[in-house]
Design a protein around this ligand. Structure first.
Ligand code: PMP
Length: 287
């Protein structure tokens, strides 16, 4: 594969793309990111991702190297150059590359941020066969830092969580703090009881998912009841259904938690319906 990627204002083949060894993203995970999905060659929830990116940068006192309009142009140009019909655009901004390693933030006037974007081609993203079967999760302790609302590139623990899931023969891990589920390793977590969707309220404990916001809006429009509150693994194991949301999985049913099957172990009604609504409605407003 030789993708065309974007580095600091330049489009170039991935094999020629380079970032300094002093980049603070590399040395200190001092960077933020976004993942925007592409369906039918168009961007899903672009405004939401651009808004959250701005918020992450502000919270970390990091300068924004790009305006929203230019960001949109770059996303579209990468979709065009790499002929993406279904897939994702990954975007990362770091605090740049000073001339040496230092804990203190560099002066943004002297050290511009580093911006990198690349595409991930995923034909069949919308028709993902996993959505028909649902996924299995285990629970693990949430030992991440206290600002999970900022989308930083410090993904070591989520990555370890995925490995714990893989070793346990399942698909993902739900993280638990003080007895309550925070979120999945790379997604927001929900349970369903009757017509009610239960998900943890937004706070610094979880990432404010862009897909979460859209799915809750569509659920409300479809007259479903929403309760934003904490839930435990015990409550989840007795729920009628469970699911996750993220930009790359949309809505994905969860059919097993810590080895306990939910209902009859198949996806149920609510999650598949929400998935369909989310994909259909998002396609209509994709840009
Ligand atoms: N929580 C975490 C920890 C995540 O990494 C992600 C996806 N990056 C999400 C939730 C879902 O967010 P979104 O719907 O914006 O992809």
């Amino acid at each position: 594969m030789n993708r065309i990627v974007y580095v600091n204002g330049v489009y170039l083949p991935e094999s020629e793309a380079k970032v300094s060894i002093f980049d603070r993203g590399f040395l200190m995970a001092d960077g933020v990111y976004e993942v925007t999905s592409v369906l039918g060659g168009k961007l899903i929830d672009f405004d939401g991702h651009a808004f959250r990116l701005r918020r992450s940068l502000t919270e970390l006192e990091m300068a924004s190297p790009i305006s929203k309009n230019v960001l949109l142009e770059v996303h579209r140009e990468l979709v065009r150059l790499n002929e993406i019909d279904e897939g994702m655009i990954y975007l990362q901004i770091t605090r740049g590359a000073p001339n040496d390693r230092d804990f203190v933030f560099p002066d943004p006037q002297k050290t511009p941020s580093t911006i990198v974007l690349f595409t991930q081609n995923k034909p069949g993203l919308a028709n993902n066969p996993a959505a028909k079967k649902g996924i299995k999760v285990i629970s693990i302790e949430d030992i991440r830092w206290g600002r999970r609302d900022i989308k930083t590139v410090q993904l070591l623990y989520p990555s370890m969580g995925k490995m714990m899931a893989k070793k346990a023969g399942v698909d993902d891990a739900w993280m638990v703090q003080d007895g309550f589920v925070t979120e999945g390793t790379s997604n927001n977590a929900y349970i369903v009881k009757g017509n009610k969707i239960i998900t943890r309220a937004k706070s610094n404990d979880i990432l404010h998912g862009i897909t979460r916001a859209a799915v809750l809006r569509f659920a409300e429009e479809a007259q479903m009841e929403i309760e934003e509150r904490n839930f435990s693994i015990e409550e989840a194991r007795e729920a009628d259904e469970a699911f996750i949301t993220s930009a790359s999985t949309f809505v994905m049913p969860v059919v097993e938690i810590d080895g306990v099957m939910l209902g009859d172990g198949s996806p149920g009604n609510v999650a598949p319906r929400l998935r369909e609504i989310y994909i259909d409605e998002s396609r209509k407003i994709a840009i």
